[in-house]
Design a protein around this ligand. Structure first.
Ligand code: 76G
Ligand code: MG
Length: 214
């Protein structure tokens, strides 16, 4: 019977990573996905860029769109200051179920809230549901053609404040051309491209960091 790739990643984490050690969970997934089977985690190279931005911003309230197996949620949560929280959103219930277990194994479940469902449904509800005023940092790593509409929706719902930072994965591969054009062309954003590679490959990819100017 065929297990799914996320199930095989979880099995590897339970076999090789130390419970409660977020770093070992991240390293185990990177090793597995580099040497056994590729998977769409942000990965070690782009992950280091993400880490530096999380450490610089020290977000109290952070949103991740696209959880997958929980790799970046664990990476981010392990760097969050006390009393801060990552809300991570996953559309696919199979991915969400695996991610919950990966997040628990890493011992970061008290910093992470995983919500299931489509971003378009959730974004308008988030202020009320979570008693939020705005997000300090948003990591976009979900459907690439949703980056732009969801960014506009977050603006409309007042989830971004002057200084809120958007970090977008995969702006080259698979690519988010309409999103890039928007954040780079809009006077309401100050955008910067961090050149890197598609996770576990030599293919060019990159991360776009965009500061909302209000
Ligand atoms: O699609 C990607 N990631 C999104 C998965 C969609 C998950 C969603 C989450 C969610 C939450 C709320 N509302 C709606 C949605 S939809 C993705 C794909 C590649 C890639 C690159 C080269 C390839 F040859 C093949 C795949 C690499 C990456 O780093 C990715 O992130
Ligand atoms: Mg990605």
């Amino acid at each position: 019977y065929g297990s799914t790739r996320p199930e095989r990643i979880l099995a590897e984490v339970k076999r090789k990573a130390t419970r409660g050690d977020a770093r070992s969970v991240v390293d185990t997934i990177d090793q597995y996905c580099r040497h056994q089977e590729w998977a769409m985690n942000v990965g070690d190279e782009k992950g280091t860029i993400l880490d530096s931005i999380v450490c610089e911003v020290k977000p109290r309230a952070m949103l991740e769109l696209g959880t997958y197996c929980g790799y970046s949620a664990v990476r981010i949560a392990s760097l969050l200051p006390p009393n801060s929280r990552l809300i991570t959103m996953e559309f696919n219930p199979v991915f969400a179920a695996i991610a919950r277990q990966v997040i628990a194994w890493a011992g970061v479940e008290d910093k992470v809230v995983l919500i299931e469902g489509p971003s378009g449904d959730w974004i308008p509800k988030m202020k009320k549901e979570f008693g939020l005023t705005s997000f300090d940092l948003v990591f976009l790593d979900h459907w690439k053609d949703c980056y732009l509409p969801d960014t506009k929706l977050m603006e409309e719902c007042g989830l971004l404040r002057t200084g809120s930072i958007l970090v977008a994965d995969n702006v080259i591969c698979p690519g988010a051309p309409d999103y890039l054009e928007y954040v780079r062309g809009s006077p309401r954003y100050e955008s910067k491209y961090f050149r890197s590679h598609l996770e576990y490959t030599r293919v060019e990819d990159g991360i776009e960091k965009s500061v909302f100017l209000g």
